[in-house]
Design a protein around this ligand. Structure first.
Ligand SMILES: Nc1ncnc2c1ncn2[C@@H]1O[C@H](COP(=O)(O)OP(=O)(O)OP(=O)(O)O)[C@@H](O)[C@H]1O
Length: 307
């Protein structure tokens, strides 16, 4: 990630008011080149409103917004930005391919690019089928394909996995990770902490229009706990303490809780088994978004840019 280059998205003191509703309340947000940034918050937190402002669909009430060094909605900014805000609109009786052809013509994108984006989103095989026959996951992927037509530097996706079944979610997560690995900058919104943890480098948490925290995702991951049920328990505790440090292991009910990322589970399991300890349960705790909010808000509003 290039930290010295200018941020692709720079938002300061952003506010949007709808009548009496303050949908966005003084949000600061920076997205750096090459990062996958997750904008996380419950329904109604102000995510869609913020993304609509960033793509020039609506104007802010106050605050400054720079996207790719320009104002949102400017032609040269739009040319370098791909977005999918809410459900993408396509002609149901046209194929995915024909829908993309129309968009490519409008955006003056060479036709050869269409095949590339269809392959990127894994829709090449079904490209000639009518849009109306697509699963929701395929419809969303076509939306991402459309967003990628201009080969944009910045991709903005509003709740890209919303409403998808587990397989559809997995495909979409994989696709977004690929976009990030490709060096593209991605800003996505989600209400699912687990999803953001799997896809993003950094996460900004928004609640009731305000940014309550901004974190490097590795940090959030490090805060996760593994739950381990093993006998004899004291031997298990000492094996785990040797592996991850005494402070990172504690007893809760009749399980051991270990502050460690889920990807250490296999290694810890192996250490326990090698020490002759019987492990009957080992899983990571799914920290609910509400828990994270509770922790963040109970100690006052935190805003720490750790990127
Ligand atoms: N066009 C509008 N007119 C009036 N109020 C609106 C409008 N759009 C959004 N709001 C309100 O602004 C607040 C933030 O909505 P927003 O859609 O940005 O939240 P969100 O975090 O994207 O949630 P969701 O995932 O449910 O879309 C909500 O209280 C919503 O009701």
């Amino acid at each position: 990630m290039n930290r010295t280059a200018a941020p692709l998205v720079e938002v300061t003191g952003l506010t949007k008011r709808y009548g009496d509703t303050l949908a966005v309340d003084g949000v600061d947000l920076m997205v750096q080149p090459g990062e996958v940034y997750g904008f996380l918050g419950p329904n109604g937190a102000g995510k869609t409103t913020t993304l609509r402002i960033l793509t020039g669909l609506i104007a802010p009430t106050s605050g400054t917004v720079r996207v790719l060094g320009g104002a949102p909605g400017q032609a040269q900014v739009l040319a370098r930005t791909g977005s999918m805000i809410e459900s993408p609109a396509f002609y149901p009786y046209l194929s995915g391919l024909d829908n993309l052809r129309l968009l490519a013509e409008y955006a003056e994108v060479p036709r050869a690019r269409i095949q590339q984006v269809l392959e990127l989103v894994d829709l090449a095989d079904r490209a000639r089928d009518r849009f109306s026959t697509y699963s929701l996951g395929m419809k969303q992927r076509l939306g991402v394909a459309a967003a990628l037509l201009k080969d944009p530097e910045l991709v903005i996706l509003d709740e890209p996995t919303n409403g998808l079944d587990p397989a559809g979610m997995r495909d979409m997560r994989r696709l977004i990770r690929e976009l990030g690995a490709d060096g593209r900058t991605v800003l996505l919104s989600s209400h699912l902490l687990g999803e953001v943890q799997q896809i993003c480098d950094r996460v900004g948490i928004i609640n009731e229009g305000k940014m309550v925290a901004e974190h490097n995702v590795d940090e959030l991951r490090a805060e996760q706990e593994l739950v381990i049920r093993a006998v004899p328990r004291e031997s298990a505790r000492s094996v785990l303490q040797q592996a991850v440090g005494a402070d990172a292991v504690h007893l809760y009910d009749d399980t051991l809780r270990v502050k460690a990322a889920p990807d250490r589970a296999a290694e810890l399991n192996r250490l326990l088994v090698e020490a002759g300890i019987a492990v009957s349960e080992l899983h990571s705790t799914e920290r609910a978004l509400e828990d994270v909010f509770f922790e963040l808000t109970s100690t006052g509003t935190e805003k720490a840019d750790v990127g």
